[in-house]
Design a binder for this molecule. Structure first.
Ligand SMILES: [Zn+2]
Ligand SMILES: [Zn+2]
Length: 283
């Protein structure tokens, strides 16, 4: 199984990474990966400890440097992973509208002032039952999707990253009523669900989202995905991506897409029958 893209990468422009971006480009060329997406964290909540760390100019400078050096060998996409919070929609628009991004990934990382996608957010779960915690998360995800502003929806069920530690395995069917309309909205708006392999190196031991959610996505007409390792260092680059693709293939034949200047590029379909791609664009 060939990896043709990794559209979720963090570099030193993210507070939780010190990685020089060039290493990803060099490694991608070695592995014949044609699309790389840099998605550093943009955190806009003034009370968040990571607030103000992201610098657009530094991120843009890195991309320009990489494109000048390696642009003839692979596509280097300028993305950003926006921490979505409903009350910050105006700040999100202000920070991104006039910028030169290829794509915006929207992710829910914070609830009630806690960074639930990180270890510092553990107190969020304490004293909360599973239903309360997960429904709060998916409500926020619903707002993210209703904003209809992002191209990619990042790690759709990342609440399980630490949720499993408190409540055991995550069963999407308990949240079907709320998840289905969110997925329908994604498809209706032409947004794309990310298959994120970082769950393999974390507690859940499975990708974000789980196969149940992928199957719901199919039943509302979803076929398009982006794939990303959510690497914060070169060691994590592509980690688990092949496994994540095989995992998704058990559920559906999907189409891998990328975005250039917000325009969707269809890279190829993977068939569960052959487990191989029919590739577009001479990949
Ligand atoms: Zn994230
Ligand atoms: Zn990320």
């Amino acid at each position: 199984m060939r990896i043709i893209e990794d559209l979720h990468l963090h570099t030193r422009v993210s507070k939780d990474s010190v990685q020089d971006p060039e290493a990803y480009a060099i490694e991608a060329i070695k592995r014949n990966i044609k699309y790389l997406g840099f998605t550093d964290h943009l955190d806009l909540d003034p009370v968040d400890k990571d607030y103000g760390y992201y610098r657009y100019n530094d991120a843009a400078k890195d991309i320009t440097m990489l494109r000048n050096k390696y642009g003839n060998k692979l596509n280097l996409l300028f993305g950003v992973e926006v921490t979505y919070q409903k009350e910050l929609e105006n700040s999100i628009l202000n920070a991104t509208l006039d910028k030169d991004y290829d794509f915006l990934m929207g992710s829910v990382h914070r609830l009630e002032g806690f960074t639930i996608a990180g270890a510092s957010g553990l107190p969020f779960f304490k004293g909360k039952d599973e239903k309360t915690a997960y429904e709060m998360y998916f409500e926020e995800m619903k707002s993210l999707v209703n904003m209809n502003y992002f191209q990619v929806v990042g790690h759709f069920d990342v609440i399980k990253r630490y949720g499993v530690q408190f409540y055991g395995p995550f069963y999407a069917e308990h949240y079907k009523e709320i998840i289905f309309p969110i997925l329908s909205e994604i498809v209706k708006n032409g947004m794309v669900l990310e298959v994120n392999s970082s769950g393999f190196r974390q507690l859940p031991g499975e990708p974000y989202p789980s196969k149940e959610i992928l199957s719901y996505y199919v039943s509302v007409g979803g076929t398009e995905i982006t794939v990303g390792s959510d690497a914060h260092s070169i060691k994590q680059f592509n980690f688990g991506l092949k496994e994540a693709l095989y995992y998704a293939l058990k559920v559906f034949d999907f189409e891998v897409v990328a975005f250039i200047k917000k325009k969707k590029i269809r890279l190829g379909k993977i068939s569960s029958f052959t487990e191989e791609y029919s590739l577009n664009n001479n990949l």
